[in-house]
Design a protein around this ligand. Structure first.
Ligand code: B12
Ligand code: SF4
Ligand code: SF4
Length: 318
């Protein structure tokens, strides 16, 4: 690819990402980071992944794009604002659902976009090899997003963007195409405002009701998000009462963050509140008797991840 063509292709790719509904896009070289790999291994060795054993399976790949795609040259890092101001009807009943789950399942929405993105890139460069990820891939999405300059990693572990705060989903395209790379702004340049960061703030850590958070480090065994979504076990007795009023996920450490004061509702209709969450009540939720009933009611939303039994456990804790 000659330089101008590379720039043209990169320009088209970035333009298309915005047309697809992504709010932020940056491209970085596909470099491995051994220290991130060590950080992840240490986190796993301390058991902070709780029962998420699958995190150990591909831990070598997570910080190394070339192990995922041989010959990888560029990573297209993407973020989508999902902040929504219309709350689920269930909140009126005094229980809470994390904001990311208010709309239809984001995996499906973003995967659809990524598939179209891949087709678009293949038209521009038919030989290109591509891997696309949203959430479920063996990839340290926050780390690479921070490297790309989409934002910084807060003490609450989240990738916090200057434009939208932390209520953003991340996604990536790894490719062997050599694209024009984004250079990070030099924070010391007098022309640029200083890069945002946590500074001396500890609001998220102080707000976390279960003590799951240490700066840039989370213990999933105590995290309400893990306990109400991923865990299939009863809640640990010591923190059971602190999980209330959350019945799916937790936003406390993001709600506490001053960088989210700038959060503005997404203009993207993809992330409008799911119709079922506009109407369903706690009484209806309590009346569900089977996995099938649960699945039918919440089809297409992220809530089915908890499964019927998990949701039963979560609501019986209220
Ligand atoms: C497993 C997982 C979870 C687990 C464990 C979370 C965790 N903190 O590790 C549980 C179930 C608890 C969870 C909860 C949530 N999750 Co989650 N989760 C993941 C998943 C699949 C893997 C994360 C992982 O590898 N963790 C291991 C730790 C070690 O890595 P990490 O958190 O990604 O990032 C660390 C390193 O990058 C390192 N680091 C990198 N650079 C630097 C620089 C410095 C200076 C320092 C000190 C550290 C550092 O510090 C980070 C924090 O420890 C990712 C998707 C993916 N494939 O990456 C989504 C993902 C991280 N989750 C996401 C979301 C939305 C959530 C929730 C907000 C959902 C909710 N509301 O309930 C909460 C947030 C909880 C929190 N405060 O982190 C988004 C985050 C978006 C964002 N803006 O950051 C992701 C990226 C999914 C996506 N594609 O959008 N999640
Ligand atoms: S998501 Fe909730 S429980 Fe988990 S670290 Fe944040 S505040 Fe604590
Ligand atoms: S609440 Fe404060 S310490 Fe926590 S992520 Fe936000 S700025 Fe950083």
């Amino acid at each position: 690819m000659i330089s101008q063509t590379r720039n043209q292709i990169t320009g088209k790719i970035k333009k298309f990402s915005i047309e697809l509904g992504f709010d932020l896009v940056k491209i970085i070289p596909a470099h491995a980071n051994p220290s991130e790999k060590r950080r992840l291994k240490k986190w796993l060795s301390l058991g902070k992944n709780a029962d998420m054993e699958w995190m150990k399976n591909n831990s070598d790949l997570r910080a190394d794009p070339n192990k995922i795609l041989t010959g990888a040259k560029s990573i297209i890092c993407l973020a989508t604002n999902y902040f929504n101001s219309v709350e689920p009807r269930l909140h009126e009943d005094g229980v809470k659902i994390a904001r990311y789950a208010w709309s239809k399942n984001y995996h499906k929405i973003i995967e659809k976009r990524l598939k179209r993105f891949e087709e678009f890139i293949k038209k521009l460069a038919p030989e290109a090899k591509i891997k696309r990820y949203v959430d479920t891939g063996p990839f340290l999405e926050r780390y690479f997003a921070s490297q790309a300059g989409l934002g910084f990693i807060g003490k609450n572990n989240c990738l916090i963007t200057r434009e939208f705060g932390s209520f953003v989903f991340l996604a990536e395209i790894i490719t062997d195409l050599a694209l024009s790379l984004d250079t990070l702004p030099k924070s010391k340049s007098p022309k640029l405002p200083p890069s945002p960061s946590c500074g001396t703030c500890t609001r998220c850590i102080d707000a976390c009701p279960t003590g799951a958070l240490k700066p840039h480090n989370l213990d999933a065994r105590k995290c309400i998000s893990y306990l109400t979504i991923e865990s299939r076990k009863p809640f640990p007795k010591a923190i059971r009462t602190k999980i209330k009023p959350w019945i799916f996920g937790c936003d406390i450490c993001q709600n506490a963050c001053p960088h989210n004061v700038c959060a503005t509702p997404t203009k993207n209709p993809d992330f409008a509140i799911a119709p079922i969450l506009e109407t369903v009540t706690l009484k209806q939720l309590r009346a569900i008797k089977t996995e099938d009933e649960f699945k039918n009611l919440f089809a297409g939303t992220s809530l089915i991840r908890a499964k019927f039994k998990g949701m039963q456990r979560n609501i019986s804790n209220q």
